[in-house]
Design a protein around this ligand. Structure first.
Ligand SMILES: Cc1ncc(C[n+]2csc(CCOP(=O)(O)OP(=O)(O)O)c2C)c(N)n1
Length: 331
């Protein structure tokens, strides 16, 4: 889990450099300071579960086995990227062939909130087919104010679907503070009106997120219906790289800087004698090198061939698997 969170941060740091070099096409949406919840939540899944990330959940994709080179290629709109240069950041879908030991990945849907009914649909299909698949979906505090969120939650609740929702209280939806987003004391309480079990966890405490999500996933898989886990975290960078976040008080950033999920998890592993500082330094070095090598590989990829650019847009290969999933180095 430490390797995955380290790699997520390294990949995003590398993406920031590529953005400043004008090699990233479009925006760059970092998860700085909240990488831990995405990684820990996805770590609680099995290989064939479904994940519906939003733009800030790169860590969940990396944990499920998506290679950094595909992410870099996607951000740079390269020809061999998962969406073949037709869309950006993590906007791609991976629908494995039946029987493949691979996850179902559905890219972020720009109309926020809509991922919830889609996640419910995947969970409904799994239930009807008698498959073990659980659908894990991430949603921001802003996206939870949309109508589709409520429709999807209610449907999943009454149908007792195997769906787990990670509701992120990262303090701002663009520049709108959470105080203008919900009136209940904590974000997880929004689930109460659907009769969905819910709890709030410290989103920057990776073992705590893992434990809560594992529990919810096990219950969902056993046919006991959906759950919602609220994560208390903080977006430590702008909505995207073009946002200087001047609307965020500095004191709030200072307070959350002390709770960084990567340094916290690292310190805990050492304190509890699970890993030595030297062993973790080794992982740090390996991940940095891996992110840099993967970025170089993606940089060398060609841009899309203009003659091919419309192929599969309206029909054809749009539902084909998009990435090669690598799981052998996961322990
Ligand atoms: C239905 C809808 N309304 C508005 C937008 C524009 N928009 C894109 S991202 C964003 C903020 C989202 O905030 P949140 O869901 O809290 O996620 P965060 O970016 O904080 O992780 C908004 C308002 C949209 N994409 N979809």
């Amino acid at each position: 889990m430490y390797g995955f969170v380290r790699l997520t941060r390294d990949v995003e740091e590398r993406l920031t450099i590529l953005f400043r070099q004008s090699k990233v096409i479009g925006g760059l949406y970092r998860s700085l300071g909240q990488e831990g919840e995405s990684v820990a939540a996805a770590y609680a899944l099995e290989a064939t579960d479904a994940v519906l990330p939003l733009i800030r959940n790169l860590g969940a994709l990396i944990t499920m086995g998506v290679r950094p080179r595909d992410i870099f290629a996607q951000y740079m709109a390269k020809g061999p990227s998962p969406s073949r240069g037709r869309d950006l950041n993590i906007h791609f879908t991976h629908l494995p062939h039946p029987g493949a030991k691979e996850p179902v990945l559905v890219g972020p849907i720009s109309m926020l909130g809509t991922s919830i009914p889609v996640a419910a649909g995947i969970a409904l299909a799994a239930k009807m087919r008698g498959e073990r698949r659980v659908s894990l979906v991430f949603i921001g505090d802003g996206a939870m104010s949309t109508g589709t969120f409520h429709e999807g939650m209610n449907f999943a609740a009454v149908q007792k679907l195997p769906m787990v929702v990670i509701a992120e209280d990262n303090k701002y939806a663009y520049s709108t503070p959470t105080s203008k987003q919900f009136a209940v004391p904590s974000i997880d309480q929004r689930a109460a009106s659907y009769g969905v079990p819910h709890e709030m966890v410290d989103g920057n405490d990776m073992p705590a997120v893992y434990a809560a999500v594992k529990d919810a996933v096990d219950r969902a898989r056993a046919g006991r219906g959906p759950a919602l886990i609220g994560v208390d975290t903080m977006r430590m960078s702008g909505h995207a790289q073009h946002d200087d976040m001047r609307y965020v008080p500095k004191a709030l950033l200072d307070e959350w800087a002390k709770k960084d999920p990567v340094t916290r998890f690292r310190a805990r592993l050492v304190e509890q004698g699970i890993a030595t500082g030297a062993a973790l330094d080794g992982i740090d070095r390996r991940m940095k090198r891996y992110a840099a090598d993967e970025a170089d590989l993606a940089e060398q990829m060609p841009m899309p061939d203009p003659a091919e650019v419309a192929a599969g847009v309206y029909h054809g290969d749009h539902s084909a698997p998009r990435v090669e999933i690598v799981r052998q180095w996961r322990s």
